[in-house]
Design a protein around this ligand. Structure first.
Ligand SMILES: NC(=O)c1ccc[n+]([C@@H]2O[C@H](COP(=O)([O-])OP(=O)(O)OC[C@H]3O[C@@H](n4cnc5c(N)ncnc54)[C@H](OP(=O)(O)O)[C@@H]3O)[C@@H](O)[C@H]2O)c1
Length: 420
């Protein structure tokens, strides 16, 4: 494959190459990846009509917003960890990552202070270090994917859409599939050996599955870098959740906390109307009055620290050693999340919030309900695929005309990279 030219990706490959040294260190309980203070989730970056209906009812993010968000996150290396998935927008979130990175690189190259010819080699190394970005994506084990070939096809599809030669961190999106998780971990280990993946992550795995994934990784002289789970004040009372976090710590698996602000349930200005529209309400079954004691304490702490409730909720996640992964729809939300690093909760404050937390963990749900979710996700992927094919077909009919959300345009950027 041809090489990718922009700095961020080439240096991200160098971050990935550390996996070979870390992978031999199976006894090490220290996580293998430093994801920084906060990660930014890109589930909201899909561009299809389905995204508009399911994920972004307020409207899909414009290209300008996406560029603004990336720039804000990357300035001074505030954020190094970005999280997407082939399942987000049927791959259109991944395509946007490639486009915005290329845009950002172009901006940097045009900056008058950025004359690469004048920089000493030491300065150049520093720049490369400054540009380390970890873009994670995820393999979705849909019901029709059963083979290593299907796993590799999916992986290579993500590589193409992201425009990279190696994926920094590759998650198995969910362990729920008739095939035991061991198969997926083995294929991921093989992909590390083939130089296609830097680090392996699991997602939505309770304690027992962390052990099983860890064993397969150890057999292959690798490590499981992260477990991405819902971790917020809506779930902490769940014994299964606490045990999962404990086991991850024991195995040196970094916990990545998705939905740290409960998709808005743990933020200022929640109204009954907003409450009823938040997906996490359906997912967790939370009742509005049950949230009140918790929200009151979040409010008290936010006043104490002159912060927002979202910032307190994000800091609670840090208090448990997890990396918060926040989904931001605009610049204000992004700045709010980044500014959460300006203070730390005291241990007793974290404990007070622990005592008020709820136990609405998906891990506590009957397995048939979680299986239903995977069926839903598989159907959603079929719907994405149908929409993208239809858009492509329509664009061909109109003689290659490209719409703002056009599949042809987005796939086109992937092709551009292949021809480079
Ligand atoms: N592995 C998995 O299975 C999985 C599952 C879910 C998510 N994730 C990842 O985790 C990321 C974050 O999770 P999430 O989006 O579910 O939950 P979240 O970060 O708890 O909530 C994000 C939502 O909260 C609102 N918000 C964000 N910042 C805010 C602020 N400062 N103040 C008030 N409201 C704010 C926004 O919605 P409004 O604008 O509508 O208010 C935003 O869409 C995702 O992008 C994705 O990368 C992974």
């Amino acid at each position: 494959m041809t090489s990718n030219t922009y700095n961020e990706s080439s240096s991200s490959s160098s971050s990935s190459s550390s996996s070979s040294s870390s992978s031999s260190n199976n006894d090490n309980k220290t996580p293998v990846l430093d994801l920084g203070e906060i990660g930014v989730g890109l589930m909201q970056w899909g561009t299809t009509k389905i995204d508009e209906r399911v994920v972004n009812p307020k409207g899909n993010l414009s290209d300008d917003t996406v560029q603004e968000l990336w720039k804000t996150c990357r300035q001074d290396n505030k954020v190094v960890f970005f999280d997407t998935a082939e399942g987000y927008g049927g791959g259109t979130s991944e395509l946007r990552v490639q486009q915005v990175r290329q845009w950002y690189q172009d901006q940097e190259d045009q900056h008058p202070n950025n004359n690469k010819n004048n920089t000493s080699s030491m300065e150049q190394n520093k720049n490369e270090h400054d540009h380390v970005v970890i873009v994670a994506t995820k393999y979705l084990p849909t019901l029709w994917r059963w083979t290593k070939g299907a796993f590799y096809r999916s992986l290579k599809g993500s590589m193409q859409r992201l425009g990279v030669r190696k994926i920094d961190l590759y998650f198995i999106h969910t362990p729920i599939h008739p095939l035991p998780l061991e198969y997926h971990i083995q294929w991921a280990c093989d992909a590390v050996d083939d130089g296609l993946i830097g680090h392996i992550g699991i997602s939505n795995c309770p304690a027992e599955l962390c052990w099983r994934a860890h064993k397969v990784a150890c057999r292959n002289n690798k490590r499981i870098a992260c477990n991405q789970i819902m971790l917020n004040l809506l779930v902490w009372q769940s014994p299964k959740h606490r045990e999962t976090v404990r086991v991850c710590r024991e195995l040196g698996i970094q916990v990545v906390a998705y939905s740290p602000i409960g998709q808005g349930l743990l933020t200022d200005g929640l109204t009954l109307d907003k409450f009823s529209k938040i997906r996490a309400v359906k997912m967790t079954g939370v009742q509005y009055p049950d949230l009140m004691p918790l929200r009151l304490e979040l409010q008290t702490l936010s006043e104490k620290y002159n912060a927002t409730m979202a910032q307190v909720a994000i800091n609670w996640v840090r208090g448990h050693g997890a990396v918060p992964l926040v989904g931001c729809r605009d610049l204000a939300q992004t700045k709010d999340a980044l500014d959460s690093a300006k203070f730390r909760l005291k241990e007793e404050e974290v404990q007070m919030l622990d005592s008020l937390s709820l136990g609405l963990s998906l891990f506590e749900r009957p397995s048939w309900r979680r299986n239903l979710f995977v069926i839903f996700i598989s159907i959603l992927q079929m719907a994405y695929s149908a929409e993208l094919k239809w858009t492509e077909f329509r664009n061909k009919l109109t003689d290659g005309a490209v719409t703002a959300v056009g599949y042809e345009e987005r796939i086109g950027s992937g092709r551009k990279w292949h021809q480079a």
